[in-house]
Design a binder for this molecule. Structure first.
Ligand code: FES
Length: 181
């Protein structure tokens, strides 16, 4: 293992041990939730906006990760670097930008960063929909064919609909109302 790989592992371990901005944000303006049908993990991100120098920027971001430690590390550093970014700037950030403070993720963990990107994009799109007067909820129910009494993991591992693609991973957008909190 190279010293760079070791440094990345150390940074991931530190971020997991001391995650920043973890937890639900009660006064959030937008929320995005995604799940990965491949590994069964899911992640939710909340955004709060404010006005700065006449433009709307992300005031703060928070997250919850269900099932994945690496996603916690990426989301932790991502929520820190999102502060102060406009929607347009945040939309341009890809998984490797969001995880960059940790160093290059190992190949098996790249999809963890893509899940953070997916949750961010979902929250940004929710904000854009709200701005244009639409509901924050997705236009179509997610996976309506899955029984209501199925588990959360069952819901996110069902047939994907309308997800964003990232390499081999298909990130499935979830309706926050469907996740039961
Ligand atoms: Fe699936 Fe990390 S292992 S998101």
């Amino acid at each position: 293992m190279s010293s760079e790989d070791t440094a990345t592992e150390d940074r991931i371990r530190d971020a997991i041990a001391n995650p920043k901005n973890m937890g639900e944000m009660a006064d959030a303006d937008a929320v995005g939730t995604v799940g990965s049908p491949d590994c069964g993990d899911m992640l939710r991100m909340w955004l709060k906006f404010s006005e700065k120098d006449g433009r709307k920027v992300i005031d703060r971001a928070s997250f919850q990760s269900f099932g994945c430690q690496t996603a916690i590390a990426v989301a932790s550093v991502a929520t820190e670097l999102l502060a102060g970014k406009s929607i347009e700037e945040a939309m341009k950030l890809e998984a490797n930008d969001l995880s960059s403070p940790l160093g290059a993720l190992p190949p098996m963990k790249i999809h963890c960063g893509q899940m953070v990107e997916g949750a961010l994009r979902e929250a940004l799109e929710a904000e854009e929909r709200a701005k244009s007067g639409e509901s924050m909820a997705p236009e179509t129910p997610i996976q309506p064919s899955i029984p209501a009494d199925s588990t959360l993991l069952g819901r996110i591992s069902g047939p994907p609909t309308g997800g964003v693609s990232g390499g081999k991973l298909r990130v499935v957008k979830l309706d926050p109302a469907e996740t039961g909190d």
